[in-house]
Design a protein around this ligand. Structure first.
Ligand code: BGC
Length: 743
């Protein structure tokens, strides 16, 4: 019998979930202050073995959670010490960043967002949870639901892009995938909504930098995905590294207490980000670790990740009356409650049986489907794609991302199995008909290389080929945490290579594999077709083969606006109107301005003289092999009272000769309100599949909740008045109509 069972009157299995509070309080009542503080500590436990110091600390009950250990035998050894030797036999939380797969790697989250497919994202997270729980992991630090409007920010790769509704929807799906129906089941893990809140708004896209987020934007843009995560039952939240209105998140009482605990009634665990409690002093909020611990505890950070401010100072803060013991009790209860919910008191050990088919074919098929649906067809001049492989004689495969099993996996793949990774070159070689000759010239050793020695060989291969397939982009390490870029052009000599290949006259299909939107006007100009494949994960290669040769149909849609130039950032579709909105017929270009012209602001609007106001590609954009036509927009009424809903329908027809998926998007605009509202806001979407000639009517329903926002009086609700609605293929298109919300 384990010590847990001997210490507690009843086992977790016997108590049942309804007595979670009793169980937690009974345990808490037996714990000393020191035991409680131990539960608030998460430590780095990477390495092949357990050090003596860590062993002693776990045995003494000084550790509540570990991070970065995925060897099942080491995880189990840790749990055994905690369960059998520590004062109350309390099992450990074992955390790991399982961000877009564990062994089987799915597209980066930004790529997954491009699928606009919540069920698919849930299925990928389910597989990740199974694989991770088999290793002993019971907690992942995912999903990252930070709204990301800045392609320079390296962590945009981990996000679902710029839109609150899309992020909220997909974040909730990912949470359901990790946590399943029952968090205590052997193959589920706790999810973590991070980084609360506003991390993605860091100035200039520099990681960790300050944010400037007015209350209105905080509530209308940055908080909604977190509210949706709380509503979806996410087990944990993580604070952001950022400084929000002068108070860094790990000490920010407004967001942690007023919003999360009081307004949303959240009862899960809040963990700091890595060492971010101590960093309150680096920010300049506090003057040392003691006050940093005091601020974080007061604000509501339950557990300190990879820092020692709590361990060093909490006991003294309580003894000196600066922190009330009841506060420490609340924090500890949140930790114990999560352990209870995970079923750790009954089943603390690694659960290999929960993952019956590690990396089985079904998982690879799922990874391929996710890679297919994440890929966005940005250009297809003259309908070049799809190609008929049987009609090819000779093809050229060129470029630094053609055959990079590791680099195509993307950021945060600590445990990803590189051996499983299938590249485009491998897929082309395996799948092209035997008669097709394939010439491969990598040309550039990395995406950053500038050495043009192999350009002639690449041009010769292209010249001799029916088609040149050019795989460009960014290596994994150029995006992700602490990997922001100020220049988001293709790195190295890639653009020059593409230009020279284009000049050969051979049709060029360019595939970009990258962790962020890139400024690729030149790519669009110098290619006949462009596929944006992100970092697509394990099955990138086969997915791209199927798309290019028409075995699958491109259906990805951009979850983020693509700028023409980096200087346009921030550029996002749901911006405010301003008093002088730009429109196509008002633009003057820098070259059109007379030399010596006198200054005037008359007729001037919100745009750049050298870039205009439009992006390269709008949010929601993506082509297919079909020819999709929207018509017959219908509203079932044109006036609604607050408790009524309105049905909006549109007819969609595929007039092309290939089957296609279409993602119909519903946007609204609240024409006049007590605070200015975005020019468009996504409120719903539906992904449908249409055979050639097929028509389908999509029907959306809007309720009062969809029209609500954070108002000037600092409450959430609707305001009467006119709304404009669009149904269409992206944020810059659509059939439109108006309706009125009555008072
Ligand atoms: C990141 C988190 C991550 C944590 C643990 C931090 O640096 O910001 O997102 O979960 O490390 O690895």
């Amino acid at each position: 019998m384990t010590k847990t069972m001997s210490v507690l009157d009843r086992t977790q299995e016997e108590t049942g979930p309804e007595s979670e509070d009793d169980f937690v309080r009974a345990l808490l009542s037996k714990m000393s202050l020191e035991d409680k503080i131990g539960q608030l500590q998460q430590v780095d436990a990477s390495g092949d073995t357990i050090s003596d110091a860590l062993r002693d600390a776990v045995r003494a009950g000084k550790i509540g959670a570990i991070i970065n250990q995925v060897d099942p035998s080491v995880c189990d050894a840790f749990q055994k010490i905690a369960v059998e030797e520590s004062p109350h036999g309390i099992p450990l939380l074992i955390g790991r960043d399982v961000i877009h797969g564990f062994k089987t790697i799915f597209p980066i989250p930004l790529g997954q967002a491009a699928t606009w497919n919540p069920e698919l994202i849930e299925a990928c997270a389910r597989v990740s949870a199974e694989e991770a729980s088999a290793a002993g992991v019971n907690w992942t630090f995912s999903p990252m639901i930070d709204i990301s409007r800045d392609a320079r920010w390296g962590r945009i790769a981990e996000s679902f892009g710029e839109d609150p509704f899309l992020t909220a929807t997909l974040g909730a799906s990912m949470i359901r995938g990790y946590q399943g129906e029952d968090l205590s089941a052997p193959n589920t893990i706790a999810a973590c909504a991070k980084h609360f809140v506003g991390y993605g708004a860091s100035e200039s896209g520099r990681d960790y930098d300050t944010t400037n987020i007015p209350l209105n934007e905080l509530h209308n843009i940055y908080l909604p995905p977190f509210k949706a995560a709380a509503d979806a039952g996410v087990a944990t939240f993580m604070t952001s590294f950022g400084d929000i209105d002068g108070v860094p998140a790990s000490g920010n009482e407004y967001i942690l207490k007023n919003v999360l605990r009081e307004s949303w009634q959240y009862d899960g665990l809040v963990v700091s980000d890595w060492d971010s409690v101590r960093q309150l002093s680096v920010h300049g909020l506090t003057d040392g670790d003691r006050n940093a611990a005091k601020e974080a505890v007061s604000a509501g950070v339950d557990m300190e990740m990879a820092g020692s401010a709590y361990a060093a100072h909490l006991a003294d803060l309580v003894a000196d009356g600066e922190i009330d013991l009841s506060r420490v009790n609340e924090l500890t209860e949140n930790v114990l409650r999560l352990k209870f919910r995970l079923g750790l008191f009954s089943a603390p050990y690694a659960r290999p049986e929960a993952c019956t088919l590690p990396c089985a074919q079904e998982k690879l098929d799922l990874a391929k489907q996710a890679a297919i649906e994440s890929t966005v067809l940005l250009e297809n001049k003259g309908g070049l794609l799809p190609l008929d492989a049987s009609r090819m004689n000779r093809v050229a495969v060129i470029g630094p991302m053609s055959d990079q099993p590791y680099e195509q996996l993307g950021t945060w793949i600590f445990d990803g199995d590189e051996a499983l990774s299938q590249t485009p070159l491998a897929a082309f070689r395996a799948s092209l008909p035997a008669h097709v000759q394939l010439d491969y010239v990598q040309t550039l050793e990395t995406t950053r290389a500038r050495d043009t020695d192999d350009f002639e060989a690449a041009k010769l291969a292209a010249t001799n080929a029916d088609i040149a397939f050019v795989f460009l982009g960014e290596e994994s390490i150029l995006s992700g945490e602490a990997h922001s870029r100020a220049d988001i052009n293709l790195p190295g000599a890639q653009s020059a290579l593409l230009e020279q290949l284009s000049a050969t006259g051979t049709p060029v299909v360019c595939v970009i594999m990258a962790g962020r939107p890139l400024t690729i006007s030149d790519v669009v100009e110098n290619s006949d077709a462009v596929l944006f494949a992100w970092h697509g994960g394990t099955m990138s290669g086969p997915a791209l083969y199927e798309l290019i040769f028409g075995l699958a149909s491109p259906s990805g849609r951009l979850p983020v606006t693509f700028p023409k130039m980096v200087g346009q950032i921030p550029i996002y579709y749901n911006h405010k109107s301003t008093g002088r909105p730009a429109s196509d017929n008002q633009i003057t270009h820098i070259d059109d301005i007379e030399v010596g012209a006198k200054q005037t602001s008359f007729g001037m609007t919100a745009f750049h003289l050298d870039a205009g106001f439009r992006p390269l590609f709008p949010f929601g954009f993506g082509l297919s092999y079909g020819k999709i036509v929207y018509d017959d927009l219908q509203l079932d009424r044109h006036q609604i009272s607050p408790n009524e809903s309105i049905r909006i329908s549109a007819r969609i027809t595929n007039c092309g000769k290939y089957a296609a998926s279409e993602t119909a998007q519903l946007y609204i605009r609240d024409v006049a309100a007590s605070v200015t509202r975005p020019v468009r806001e996504l409120k719903s979407f539906q992904k449908i599949h249409l055979q050639p000639g097929e028509t389908e009517t999509v029907v959306f329903e809007l309720t009062e909740r969809d029209l609500a926002f954070y108002r000037r009086n600092k409450s959430v609700g609707t305001e009467p008045g006119e709304f404009q609605v669009w149904v269409g293929a992206n944020a810059d298109a659509g059939l439109t109509a108006r309706f009125v919300l009555e008072a």
